[in-house]
Write a protein that binds this ligand. Structure first.
Ligand code: SAH
Length: 397
């Protein structure tokens, strides 16, 4: 039960329970609604001071009246000027990418909590910035203006585009709005990752256009790929395009025709021959495995099967089925690249599932690399939710 008390001299204040305070002291940045004891003078999306029940200061946070995550910490200190802090954080995020991003002009510039900018995601594709706003606080007009002007000053993009997730806005109780250009006029460009070229269209595609978190994994997979390769859940062909120069033949499978149409255009752009197959991956793997089709390299990069903890058992069965079929189809000496982008599936759950699939397939798996998300999607050690992608590269014998 949230008690609402009259505003005091202290201004906007949220008091959290002992459990909420302990979570913040342990280094996490979220407090759930069930751990909010009182709110004082707070409006949706406001920047608030956070206190424990004895009135001790725990820092400053952004408040949401709708999300189960009621507050997201932005500083351990009091914050007098939130837009100024925001501008500094954006400059820091850009500076971090300048140091760690290589061989690409497409990368995540801002990754929400991991850049201490909760509720804001910005991706760069060549000279186009794609921005996503996920919380009430980031949607406030002065905040949007500060974000847009700082991004413009720091990166000089030709275009800033806002990609709207209608469901997120609804959950956050924000007025609906359409995806649209915020500044500039053109909507498309060509970007490169690891020397491979890709079409980008701000107004199409899933998520923010490409799965940039797999960029370094595509390059890693290409190092070991050989022979006949199958890229399952290929989307716009990122893995397939990286593999093609090293392989005798590459096929990409996805259930989305629009994604495969872009994949085909990407292959032409890079003068590569790749076969694209529109199919349900589960059905296709079943058919191929039973008809004796064999491969030397298989990539598995399914969508998140476990969107919440409740889905975990069903998700693990889905991963196991896919991996088991892939292992049965790989020739000795083959390479399996198996991914999971479900945060709820831990790295050890995922490795355990692979071990069990290998036993059932009567093969041996040697781990070549156990990888995660690209470095422009930083992981905060004390915020486990920031680590979500697993990518295992293994040698089958
Ligand atoms: N490997 C891609 C990203 C894959 S995202 C990359 O690195 O860019 C997951 C993809 O799975 C999406 O393109 C989606 O269209 C596809 N997908 C989802 N369910 C599917 C199914 N049952 N069969 C085939 N593809 C599916």
């Amino acid at each position: 039960m949230v008690r609402r008390v009259a505003p005091s001299d202290s201004g906007l204040t949220v008091t959290v329970s002992t459990r909420g305070a302990a979570r913040l002291k342990a280094g996490h940045v979220w407090v759930y609604r069930s751990d909010i004891v009182a709110v004082e003078g707070v409006t949706p999306g406001s920047a608030v001071a956070v206190r424990d029940e004895r009135g001790r200061n725990l820092g400053s946070a952004l408040y949401s009246s709708a999300s189960q995550i009621a507050i997201r910490l932005i500083s351990r200190e009091p914050v007098a000027d939130f837009p100024a802090l925001l501008r500094q954080r954006i400059r820091d995020a850009i500076a971090y990418r300048e140091r760690i991003v290589r061989d690409t002009n497409a990368y995540r510039v801002i990754f929400s909590e991991a850049d201490f900018l909760p509720g804001l995601i910005v991706d760069r594709y060549d000279d186009i910035l794609s921005m996503q706003i996920l919380t009430q606080a980031m949607d406030a007009e002065p905040v949007r203006e500060a974000v847009i002007s700082e991004l413009t000053a720091g990166l000089r993009p030709a275009v800033i585009f806002e990609r709207v997730d209608a469901r997120v806005r609804q959950l956050e109780e924000l007025a609906p709005r359409d995806s649209a250009l915020v500044s500039g006029v053109k909507g498309s460009t060509i970007f490169t990752m690891n020397g491979v070229k890709f079409h980008f269209d701000a107004l199409e595609g899933q998520k923010t256009g490409a799965f940039l978190d797999q960029r370094e994994n595509c390059a890693a997979a290409a190092q070991y790929a050989h022979g006949e390769a199958l890229d399952v859940f290929c989307y716009q062909g990122a893995f397939a395009l990286h593999l093609a120069p090293r392989c005798a033949h590459v096929s990409g499978v996805d259930s989305s025709r629009p994604a495969l149409e872009v994949a085909d255009r990407n292959a032409a752009l890079n003068r590569l021959e790749i076969e694209w197959i529109e199919a349900n991956a589960f059905d296709l793997l079943k058919d191929y495995a039973s008809s004796g089709q064999r491969y030397d390299t298989i990539i598995l990069d399914p969508p998140a099967f476990a969107k919440s903890k409740r889905d975990l058992d069903a998700a693990m069965r889905g991963y196991k089925e896919l991996n088991l079929r892939a292992l049965k189809m790989l020739r000795p000496g083959g390479i399996l690249v198996s991914c999971s982008c479900s945060y709820h599936v831990s790295q050890s759950d995922f490795l355990g599932m692979l071990a069990s699939a290998a036993r059932d397939a009567h093969c041996t798996l040697r781990l070549i690399e156990v990888r995660g998300q690209a470095k422009d999607h930083p992981i905060l050690l004390n915020v486990p939710e920031t680590a979500y992608l697993k990518c295992v590269i293994a040698y089958v014998s």
